[in-house]
Design a protein around this ligand. Sequence first.
Ligand SMILES: [Zn+2]
Length: 420
Amino acid sequence: MSQPASLFAAIFLAALFASVVLQLWLARRQTRHVQSHRTAVPEHFAGKITLEAHQKAADYTVARTRLSIVDTLVDTAVLLALTLGGGVAALAGAIGELPIAILWQDVALVVAVALIGAVIALPLSWYRTFVIEQRFGFNRMSVALWLADLAKGALLGALLGIPLLCLVLWLMARAGPLWWLYAWLAWVAFQLLVLALYPTLIAPLFNRFAPLTDAEVRERVERLLARCSFAAKGLFVMDGSRRSNHGNAYFTGFGAGRRIVFFDTLLARLQVDEVEAVLAHELGHFKLRHVLKRIAWFAVASLALLALLGWLVGEPWFYAGLGVPLAAPRYGVALALFMLTLPVFTFLAAPLASLYSRRHEFEADAYAARNASATALVAALVKLYEDNANTLTPDPLHSAFYDSHPPAAARIARLEAAAA
Ligand SMILES: [Zn+2]
C-alpha cells in the first residue's frame, strides 16, 4: 500500500472504531438509565400513566437498544469484510470477468454490494418484527404480509433505483469533470419525483386509503385547515392496523396533491380535540416551512458529498486505502466504497441533525398550541407515548445524540407553560 493509502486506511479505521465505541457507549448509557428509572413513574406523569405502562416502555426501550447493539456489530463486521477484508475487490474482480460493457459491470457491482447489505439486514428485521414487536403486543403482521412487503419493497427499489444508478454511473464515465454537478441535479430531481409519486402511487402499494368519513372529526379538521389557511386535496384514513398498533398522522404530497393521512389506530385512540391538536402540530411543520428547509438541507448536503466523490474518484489512495488497489479509476468501485463508508464519517454529524429536528418539533408544538389546544396536545402526547411504549426517561446524552423528538417531559412542560 502506498503511503497516502495507508494513511487513509488508518483514518478510516480510527473513525470506524470511534463511531462504534461511541454507539456502544451510548447504548449502554441508555439501557442503564432506563432500567434505573424503571421502578417509579416520573413525578410529572404520576396519575397519567400507570406503573405497568411505564415498565413496559422501559422493557421495550431496553430490548430495542440491545438489538441496536447487535445491529452496530453486524454492520461493522460487514463493512470491514467488504472493504479492507477484500470483499469489494473480489466482487469487482469476478464481475470484471463478465462479457458485458464496463457500465453494466459497474451497475452490477453497486447492486451486488447493496444486495449483500440488504440480505444481511433481513434476520434482524425479522427479529425486530416477530420477536420484539410481537412480545410487546405491537406486531399485527403475518409472515405472508412481511414477505409480500419485502418483495414489493425490493421490486420498487429496483424499478426506481437501478435506472438512477445507471444514469449516475453513465454521467461519471461520460459527462466530464463536472459529472457530480449533473448527477446532483438528477439525484435531487429523483428525490422530488419520489416525493410527488409517494402518496398516489407508492403508498397505496402497501396500504389502503379510505376517505375520512367520521363527520365530527371531519368538521373539526376542516375548520382547523380553514383557520390556518391550508388547502388539502383530501383527508384519508390509512389501515395502519394491518401492520402494527403504533399510531400516527402525516401530511404528504406537494401543492394541489397534498393530502392528510390519519392512521386508523390514531383515530381509534384519541378524542376529537386531541386529533385536532396532533394535526395542528403536523400542520405547523408545513406552515413553518420545516419540510422545505429539510429538503433544502438535504440538497445542500448531497451537493457537498457528490463534489467530494467527484474528487475521490480520481485518487488512487481512496481505492487502495479501502482494500481495492486499482491501476485506474473505476466508477462503480468508487460509488460502492463511498456509499459503504460515508456513514462512518457522517455519524458525528448526527447530533446536529437531531438538534435541528428537535427545534422544529418545539416550534410545531407551539404552532399547535396557538391554533388548536395545548391541553389537548398534552393529553394526546401522553396517550401516544403510552401506546407506543416510548420511554419517558431516556438517557439525556443518548437522547441528545439520536432523538428527532424532544423528551416527553420537555415537550409537555413547554406546552403546559403555553396553556397556563
Ligand atoms: Zn413533529
